[in-house]
Ligand binder design. Structure first.
Ligand code: SF4
Ligand code: SF4
Length: 176
């Protein structure tokens, strides 16, 4: 991701000058943070439900439905549009796609398998929206589930998802 690369360069290289148009936030909290194609997708969705039928999280009883993700995005875009018409472009109604429409339980139930996108007859990508919402939670709020935070901490400290130092990585091979 270019925005993340620029952030890392800015930390490591004092001579680096970030481009003028930097992202205001990482990931998406509300529909204004999403790409226009995500918003157009939500209006293009036929509500056929093939994505949800193919979703392994949904099949195994999790709360997630990719069809609902698209419906929620459409409902929120419509609401934001009405607010803009009524109160102007800077109006904040205190709500957002994340939490007021899509819950955290839903997006963390996703396995990122991409079956929903493959099943969609009109090439809509519900996973793209889910990833952006997760990206906001991880990169702006540092609120990933505990198991993920442990893994990411280990990656930072040990260069691998496990809790062991790289120097101890082959200790298992020395055990009789
Ligand atoms: S990517 Fe996520 S939402 Fe899409 S089918 Fe897989 S688990 Fe379901
Ligand atoms: S498969 Fe595509 S068109 Fe059908 S409900 Fe899912 S996103 Fe909408």
């Amino acid at each position: 991701m270019e925005s993340v690369t620029n952030e890392v360069k800015a930390m490591l290289d004092p001579s680096f000058t970030p481009p003028a148009a930097e992202a205001s936030r990482f990931g998406a909290k509300d529909v204004k943070d999403l790409h226009w194609a995500n918003l157009l997708n939500s209006y293009t969705c036929t509500e056929c439900g093939r994505c949800t039928d193919a979703c392994p999280a949904n099949m195994t009883g999790k709360l997630l439905s990719p069809r609902k993700i698209m419906m929620d995005t459409r409902d929120r875009v419509t609401e934001v549009g009405k607010n803009i018409d009524k109160h102007g472009p800077d109006y904040d109604d205190g709500k957002s796609l994340l939490d007021d429409y899509v819950t955290r339980e839903e997006i963390w139930a996703c396995t990122s398998c991409n079956a929903c996108t493959q099943a969609c007859p009109v090439n809509i990508d519900p996973l793209g929206i889910i990833v952006e919402l997760r990206r906001y939670i991880v990169m702006e709020e540092s609120q990933a589930p505990g198991s993920l935070n442990t893994m990411m901490g280990n990656l930072e400290n040990n260069g691998a998802p496990w809790k062991y130092s790289p120097a101890d990585r082959f200790n298992w091979a020395n055990k009789n």
